[in-house]
Design a protein around this ligand. Structure first.
Ligand code: AQP
Length: 330
């Protein structure tokens, strides 16, 4: 039986958060089995759309690779690699930008959000980001893309580009499906619960980093914004409390009904403490493993180098096919 191909990426734009973990990394790990082959990419070219410190960028890319391994990514079942080391991503991106309409890019909500956030640097890369993401996905014959719900629109664009290209040049790209967790697809900021939790947020109290120490996690949950009702319920009118409940459910496996019933008559302090404890219990072993892996740079460098080699081999097959069909020839 042919294996399904899974592809996903994470930007080394900061310390990965609980949002990244629940929306993506946790599923990346769970999707590894004998029926699938996974490509997991540290998308450092995407991170360039926001100014990065050159000294920090590569260091963070390697640390992100260590974190993925600590979360359970198995280099035997998955190819783990750094995007800039596989030049085919940038090459295919140029070709696909010629098959993407301005109108499509104008509709991307992430571009609107990020331009508002970085109004001093609205660069063309921020605008064409979804085309590079489509290239990342389509290079590997991807069937499934595990992402948080913020990336759904980008995966849909990748599908449209694939279908458009296939119609013009014959079957070339697999048409990918997004894979979004039912609970936790959008973890919200602890300080502004109407905004998603983001690793590049200037306020560290707004996010839990996967590597935060237990006492820091407890403090951040304690400071989480709720409301003045002190009634634990899941409702759009209570975004802060609903976010804490969703996090609690994600990390305990409880349904929302079970969680709300369990907290009946209790105050917000109780919910915050329970959510923090559940998060700490799952993250602690990952944190220890991360430190162990970072202490073995030879192992880590070897994984990254082999990952780039394997990814390049597969990516080149697709790019050559695209070049041949479009009359470019490499
Ligand atoms: N808050 C979130 N809830 C659920 N999933 C999330 N993801 C991000 N934030 C949340 C998912 O994490 C994966 C990797 O994201 P990314 O690094 O490629 O970029 P992003 O979506 O822009 O994430 P951040 O943390 O908000 O980064 P910055 O601050 O640099 O922009 C994706 O699958 C994403 O859906």
């Amino acid at each position: 039986m042919d294996k399904k191909i899974v592809f996903s990426g994470i930007q080394p734009s900061g310390s990965p958060t609980l949002g990244n973990y629940v929306g993506a990394l946790r599923n990346w790990n769970l999707l590894q089995d004998e029926k699938r082959y996974c490509y997991y990419c540290i998308v450092n070219l995407h991170a360039m759309t926001v100014r990065q410190d050159p000294g920090e960028l590569y260091k963070r890319s390697v640390e992100t690779a260590a974190l993925l391994l600590a979360c359970g990514i198995d280099p035997e079942l998955s190819t783990l690699f750094i995007q800039s080391q596989v030049k085919e991503h940038a090459e295919l991106s140029w070709v696909l930008s010629c098959f993407t309409y301005m109108g499509e890019l104008n509709r991307m909500t992430q571009f609107k959000d990020k331009s508002a956030k970085h109004s001093d640097n609205i660069n063309a890369g921020l605008y064409t980001y979804p085309v590079l993401m489509a290239s990342d996905i389509l290079l590997y014959g991807t069937n499934l893309v595990p992402v948080g719900s913020d990336q759904k629109q980008h995966v849909e664009l990748a599908r449209d580009i694939a279908i458009r290209f296939n119609k013009l040049y014959g079957e070339t790209f697999a048409v990918p499906e997004p894979y979004i967790p039912k609970v936790g697809g959008r973890v919200m900021s602890l300080q502004e619960p109407d905004k998603k939790m983001s690793k590049s947020d200037n306020n560290p109290n707004s996010y839990i980093a996967v590597m935060d120490e237990p006492d820091v996690i407890i403090k951040k949950f304690k400071r989480a914004v709720t409301d003045s009702e002190n009634v634990i319920a899941y409702s759009p009118e209570k975004p802060g409390v609903s976010n804490l409940l969703s996090i609690y459910c994600t990390f305990t496996g409880k349904t929302m009904e079970e969680a709300v019933a369990g907290f009946e008559g209790k105050g917000y302090g109780h919910l915050k403490k329970a959510a923090a404890e559940a998060v700490i219990a799952e993250l602690s072993p990952i944190q220890s493993e991360y430190k162990r892996i970072l202490g073995d740079m030879a192992y880590l460098d070897d994984i990254i180098e082999k990952g780039a080699r394997k990814a390049r081999e597969r990516a080149l097959v697709t790019l050559n096919d695209v070049y041949k069909k479009t009359g470019l020839r490499s």
